[in-house]
Design a protein around this ligand. Structure first.
Ligand code: HEM
Length: 374
């Protein structure tokens, strides 16, 4: 999958703009339009810091075995398949097409107990608490193994996911399987520019926010927790609102994503800005105000969400938030949004799951070795 350096640069490997604001750097992450293949091996798994691909397949599996050795074999086989770009399958030709294919896996709250390894369970790896506005359906909720396959080509993502799920079929069953897509415009199905406040992978804060470190057990260091939420949007109700109302719900302008106190997308959110009438410029119940770190004791998450669209069955956001520990990331932010967010009038969570994603590995190793070789 070699791509010439010139082609990579021309394709814009430096996707994202940086502006110096108040001594700090505020980055805007953009979808990368290179065809550069993310490296499989490394301290971290690919597919987390990797700019979102055009397509994602997210699968939750449940174990049908209690034998650690059988699950270890699956993780070893997945490592061989993905690191070898599926050359051992009958679809090797398909996978020769550059599509920034990544596969990322992890374990749910029931995984270690099911394998008799409960002593290794970190406190953070537990079912998410109930939130008052959730309307969860079992068919989109929970799971013991997480598998995220991303690619810029829908057929490549789907085929890779099928091969990986099949390779695990002897010891797992599919609990749910969701598909998502992203747009180079970075807009979601509500038409908003989404992802502005995310950190660039090069930002010094990124490592702290995303990668689990010494508050977590040894086997998870270099890994990350992901909260997955299937959030249905009431797009008919949303589209019936004026642009001004839509902007007040979020706290940012719809045309370019600038905060209501600014003019450019990268302008900092100013939660104290007031109008001449002493009203808050960023409304008190707006999504950006309530999810902002300043309103959540500094809690931060890295969002890497995708849209989903099931036609007549509804559409929304396959929300995925990555963090070093959900107890200081997704959970407090979601608890705050659950109470006051104006966006709740237009959205409902129908699925929910939490997983600990494993650290990466080096050639000769496999993703999951920190658990099974501990
Ligand atoms: C369908 C559901 C959702 C939609 C349409 C949505 C949309 C948006 C938009 C348009 C922004 C502003 C641009 C940006 O910084 O990305 C934003 C910001 C943000 N959202 Fe959401 N969001 C949704 C759900 C959630 C959930 C469930 C959470 C977490 C529990 C969340 C956390 C955040 C955070 C932390 C920010 C950045 C706040 C800041 O620091 O400025 N969002 N969201």
């Amino acid at each position: 999958m070699s791509v010439s350096r010139r082609a990579v640069l021309a394709g814009g490997v430096l996707a994202g703009t940086a502006a110096a604001v108040g001594g700090g750097l505020i980055y805007t992450q953009q979808r990368d339009d290179t065809t550069e293949q993310p490296e499989f091996y490394g301290v971290h798994q690919a597919g987390i810091a990797t700019p979102a691909q055009a397509r994602v397949e997210v699968v939750a599996l449940d174990l049908t075995t209690g034998k650690p050795g059988e699950v270890r074999e699956v993780f070893q086989q997945w490592t061989a398949m993905v690191s070898g770009m599926f050359t051992q399958t009958a679809d090797a030709d398909l996978f020769a097409t550059p599509a920034r294919l990544t596969a990322t896996w992890g374990i749910g709250p029931g995984f270690l107990p099911a394998l008799g390894m409960k002593a290794m369970q970190p406190d953070g790896l537990a079912d998410l608490p109930a939130f008052s506005k959730d309307q969860l359906e079992k068919r989109w909720t929970g799971g013991e193994v997480f598998l995220q396959v991303g690619a810029d080509d829908a057929v490549i993502a789907a085929t890779a996911a099928r091969h990986l799920v099949a390779a695990a079929a002897d010891v797992t069953t599919v609990r749910w399987w969701q598909r998502g897509f992203s747009s180079p415009t970075r807009r979601n199905l509500m038409g908003q520019v989404d992802g502005t406040a995310n950190l660039a992978a090069a930002d010094p804060l990124f490592d702290e926010v995303v990668w689990s470190a010494d508050t977590q057990p040894e086997w998870l260091r270099g890994g990350s927790y992901v909260a997955v939420r299937r959030i249905r949007m009431d797009l008919d109700a949303w589209n019936a609102q004026s642009v001004e109302t839509q902007e007040a719900v979020i706290g940012r302008f719809k045309d370019n994503g600038a905060p209501l106190n600014g003019t450019e997308e990268t302008d900092p959110v100013d939660l104290s800005a007031q109008t001449a009438d002493r009203e808050l410029v960023i409304p008190s119940t707006s999504h950006v105000r309530l999810s902002h770190p300043d309103n959540n004791r500094g809690a931060r998450i890295q969002r890497r969400s995708f849209s989903y669209d099931d036609g007549a069955d509804g559409a929304g956001l396959l929300f995925m938030a990555w963090q070093a520990d959900p107890r200081t990331g997704f959970i407090p932010i979601q608890a705050r949004l659950d109470v006051g967010d104006s966006l709740n009038a237009f959205t409902v969570a129908q699925g929910s799951a939490l997983f600990a994603c494993l650290p990466g590995c080096q050639p000769g190793g496999y993703v999951g070795e920190t658990v099974f070789e501990a």
